[in-house]
Design a protein around this ligand. Structure first.
Ligand SMILES: Nc1ncnc2c1ncn2[C@@H]1O[C@H](COP(=O)(O)OP(=O)(O)OP(=O)(O)O)[C@@H](O)[C@H]1O
Ligand SMILES: [Mg+2]
Length: 250
């Protein structure tokens, strides 16, 4: 069953975490059983859903100190669970490098619970290092959030090459979709980037574009997804539509 999605873009601050949280929340609101996995030592996803500083988490899971059922936590959204991260995860990256099966730790750790969820969403750090590779090996599909800026295309080519390389380790892996975030229709460059990338990656593009919306940047500080913070704002409506599109594609 191909229910595991990983949010990847080696570029920082493009909306990976915001998208994982809010797509996850709207999938749960649509009645799906969803597990979010914070796989970034910045732990932004964890704080964004009110699980800041909660342990044991994903580090304890992949290092074998805790079992999967000990690290899955409930969130304020019914149907939405999460495995939190902490700064300890940065140490795991170093420890993993020395292990022979270093690329498979996350995949093996979540295998027992995969059948229990409709969607598992993994949030990765802004790099193509060992943690992101673990995320790609554990996933069935890659979701790529992109900001509408000049170097977007270059970054995307590197990422697609990496995905090809990982397919040797995980043949199931495929691009689940590319979508634009923080869209600001007022600039011409933005519109031009959207036009170019959409022409080039027609099949992979989601129709939904996430606008730049201040409410989306405020909600993490309240520890809840946008569906609870301000369900009527533009950002909420866009993520709801994107979640629906994902369900349809799935
Ligand atoms: N659509 C949006 N409108 C306005 N602000 C946004 C939007 N999406 C994300 N942000 C804000 O932009 C910043 C970066 O977003 P986010 O943390 O989701 O990116 P990221 O790709 O996960 O970053 P990193 O690479 O550091 O993990 C955050 O402060 C977030 O609140
Ligand atoms: Mg992030």
């Amino acid at each position: 069953m191909g229910n595991t999605y990983v949010f990847v873009n080696q570029k920082g601050g493009v909306g990976k975490t915001t998208s994982a949280i809010n797509i996850g929340a709207f999938l749960a609101e649509a009645g799906k059983k969803v597990l979010l996995i914070d796989f970034d030592s910045q732990a932004n996803l964890s704080s964004g859903i009110g699980l800041s500083g909660i342990k044991p988490g994903v580090y304890e899971l992949i290092s074998g100190m805790s079992g999967i059922n000990e690290v899955i936590k409930e969130t304020a959204v019914s149907g939405l669970s999460a495995i939190p991260a902490s700064i300890d995860l940065s140490g795991a990256a170093v420890e993993l490098i020395e292990q022979q099966d270093r690329d498979f730790f996350l995949s093996k750790a979540i295998a027992p619970v995969k059948p229990s969820y409709d969607f598992i969403l993994i949030d990765c750090p802004p790099s193509l290092g060992i943690l992101t590779i673990n995320g790609l090996v554990a996933a069935d599909k890659v979701l790529i959030p992109m900001q509408c800026e000049y170097f977007a295309m270059e970054g995307l080519s590197l990422l697609l090459q990496t995905i090809k390389r990982i397919q040797k380790l995980n043949p199931i892996l495929d691009v689940g979709g590319i979508f634009f975030t923080m869209y600001d229709a007022r600039t011409r460059l933005t519109q031009e980037v959207v036009r170019q990338v959409s022409a080039h990656f027609k099949k992979q593009m989601f129709n939904t574009i996430i606008p730049r919306n201040i409410r989306l940047s405020e909600s993490p500080s309240h520890g809840v997804p946008i569906s609870q913070y301000d369900p009527q704002c533009m950002g909420a409506k866009a993520y709801k539509t994107l979640a629906e599109e994902l369900i349809q594609r799935d």
